[in-house]
Write a protein of this length. Structure first.
Lengths: 177, 496
């Protein structure tokens, strides 16, 4: 292997597409309702379990500690809701000619890029609540493993199907090349 | 392909009806542990046992039937895709292009044999799980699948043949005994030390099992022993000696007679004293070329190399045939290996280094914070209020800040037209080399508090694993991402 060389900009190609300047599409607004529904179900389940526990162990009283814990419990859920809304707002995607870009993340602003010629297979998922709002999610798998598999949730079913066909056709073309 | 087969499989088909039973037995096997959990509180009353079992099996039957009922598969021969529909509440449609199917396995377990059914599994490259698992089909359909997969395989091997170019040079690499001794004495300190410590604790556990009361002995020893320099250095000396000897023996037994040579377009590796191992390495499948060198090895021009190739994990995991280790070679020998495997050479490289913030953050979390805790403990806990503990704290402070500095200085990314090299480590310095066009996907991320400093991190994924570097100039990382994407998307070469 050669010795270290210093900064040498000629290694980078000029005039190639830049992913950071690409406009991305946000998820469908309706998907937020699916998120709310899921959160509500989790909230109800956790609360019911807690109520049963409290009732069984006779922990209920009107003391300050109990009130503070109750307040903290609701604050915790409020924070979770805010986090999910922020996370929803940060997610966006874009299909380019040769790859797909997915952006997400509240704390870590993340971009994942998968070229079509590295996609192993595609899956279209539809959960119970997503189906009520006519939504679907589209997942792309690569040989690189689950860390960077893109799963775009909250697409309209037609959009998801359209992109699935679009990518499938691209893959087929690449394989025949 | 025969027209009748095309017609037969172009529509969505369910599995064999008896297949629902296979699902049932499968879920019973998987849920047996849960069943025991339900059963334990019932106190093993016979009546309760029968009722619980019946309810349990009833629920599982419904579950199995739903799984069976909503599972459909078909082939789309026009688009060359295999399709699966599954799920009741959460519906999934899966499409796997024929070209990506690496393997079609047809299995039979006892339940399959009773009902003369077959299970069909399809694997694609890289991922850990079987992508498609058709649990139960009749013999006839299994036969058809064999035929279809043969046709698919032929197609794949045709496209494979096109890309092979045979390098004619005959090269080989041998590792002599002296190099092996050197390697044994200079590498894998931490791993062996870890193993010895694990053995030590196993020994302690055994003493516990034998109910030997050793605690007072140790406490006596702690108070009676005069922790003078001589005693401490003898203990350290013995520890180092054991680690070195264990390493040396293991290396010699494992790698004795190491030889790597070129065979047509592949490389074959043979080694072993007691049991000779032989591994075939196909350059097109190589995903990662990793070399490791520590401070001592650098002085004597020695390094360890590990070459990982891609393959379907299910098949390869048991004996780890995907990984070729080269125990000790010189820089020249490594270059020779590199040339055997890769067509291209590494040209001009750009060096990307992390920001000094990385060092400062590591320093504050792993050096300053623990040291403060040590000092507080020293002041407040009687047991630790002695010079030895103070010495230990000072020793820890020096060693960990030095490590943090080495860790920061050695973290580097080298970008060139065909290769990316990522270096990391503080004692054993690892350098992973990956070919740009073999990258599967790129992940680029930035913590929101790093935005104003224009810092970010990058993860590059290949079928051989991931490589990453954190806290670097974000603009350069973006440039690298764009260039990698361009390289991959314009590449027509096979990546495995």
């Amino acid at each position: 292997m050669p010795k270290k060389k210093f900064q040498n900009d000629a290694v980078f190609l000029n005039q190639i597409p830049e992913f950071e300047n690409v406009e991305t599409t946000k998820l469908e607004k309706n998907y937020l309702k699916v998120i709310y529904t899921n959160l509500f179900i989790s909230f109800s389940l956790v609360s019911i379990i807690l109520i049963i526990t409290v009732a069984n162990l006779e922990l209920y009283n009107t003391g300050t500690i109990f009130e503070i814990s109750l307040g903290l419990y609701f604050l915790f859920w409020l924070l979770i809701i805010i986090y999910y809304i922020m996370s929803f707002k940060r997610r966006s995607y874009r299909f380019r000619d040769h790859d797909v870009i997915y952006k997400y993340g509240v704390i870590y602003h993340t971009n994942v890029l998968i070229p079509f010629n590295r996609i192993q297979h595609i899956a279209l998922h539809q959960g119970l609540f997503s189906r009520m709002y006519g939504l679907a999610s589209l997942q792309f798998y690569t040989a690189g493993g689950a860390t960077t598999d893109i799963n775009i949730k909250g697409l309209k079913l037609e959009t998801a199907q359209k992109f699935k066909t679009f990518v499938s056709e691209k893959i087929e073309k690449i394989d025949k090349r | 392909m025969k027209k009748e087969i095309v017609d037969k499989y172009s529509v969505f088909r369910k599995q064999s009806k008896v297949g629902a039973l296979v699902f049932l037995f499968d879920s019973i096997r998987k849920n047996a542990v849960n069943f025991l959990f339900i059963l334990v509180p019932t106190g093993f009353d016979l009546l309760v046992f029968v009722i619980v079992s019946l309810v349990f099996i009833f629920i599982l039957s419904i579950y199995a039937y739903i799984q069976y009922y909503y599972f459909e598969y078909s082939f789309d021969f026009e688009k060359s895709e295999f399709l699966v529909k599954k799920g009741w509440l959460k519906k999934t449609k899966l499409s796997v292009p024929f070209e990506k199917i690496q393997q079609v396995n047809i299995n039979q377990n006892i339940i399959h044999k009773i009902f003369s059914l077959h299970e069909i599994q399809m694997d694609t490259a890289g991922s850990k799980d079987t992508e498609v698992d058709i649990k139960a089909v009749s013999r006839e359909i299994a036969e058809d699948f064999k035929e279809i997969s043969e046709t698919i395989k032929k197609r794949i091997s045709k496209s494979f043949d096109k890309n092979i170019d045979i390098k004619t040079s005959e090269e080989s690499l041998e590792i002599d005994l002296i190099t092996l001794v050197k390697t044994g004495l200079t590498s894998r300190y931490f791993e062996t030390l870890g193993a010895i410590i694990a053995l030590f604790f196993a020994g302690v556990a055994m003493l516990n099992d034998l109910e030997i009361d050793y605690a007072p002995v140790i406490v006596d020893l702690y108070y009676e022993t005069d922790f003078n320099l001589f005693a401490v250095s003898i203990v350290i000396f013995v520890a180092i000696y054991i680690v070195l000897m264990v390493n040396l023996c293991l290396t010699l037994i494992k790698y004795y007679g190491y030889k790597a040579f070129k065979k047509l377009q592949n490389m074959e590796v043979k080694y072993g004293l007691i049991q000779t191992k032989s591994i075939l390495l196909s350059p097109i499948k190589v995903q990662e070329f990793r070399s490791t060198q520590n401070w001592i090895q650098k002085r004597i021009n020695l390094r360890n190399v590990r070459i990982s190739q891609a393959s379907s994990m299910n098949v390869a995991a048991p004996n780890r045939r995907n990984i070729v280790d080269v125990p000790g070679c010189s820089n020249e020998q490594m270059d020779k290996l590199f040339d055997i495997i890769y067509e291209n050479k590494i040209n001009d490289e750009i060096v990307v280094r992390p920001s000094i913030r990385k060092f400062l953050i590591n320093l504050s979390f792993f050096t300053i914070l623990p040291t403060i805790i040590f000092i507080i403990l020293h002041k407040n806990v009687d047991f630790l209020n002695n010079t030895y503990f103070l010495n230990f704290s000072v020793f820890y402070f020096i060693l960990s800040s030095f490590s943090a500095w080495r860790f920061y200085r050695n973290s580097m990314l080298f970008y060139s037209k065909n290769f990316i090299r990522i270096q990391s480590g503080f004692w054993d310095i690892k350098t992973k080399t990956i070919e740009n066009y073999k990258i599967q996907s790129v992940m680029l991320y930035q913590a929101f508090w790093h935005k104003k400093f224009n810092l970010g991190s990058i993860i590059l994924l290949t079928a051989g694993g991931m490589s990453y570097i954190t806290t670097c100039n974000y603009d350069i990382l973006k440039k690298i991402t764009n260039n990698v994407m361009y390289n991959v998307e314009t590449s027509k070469k096979r990546w495995m």
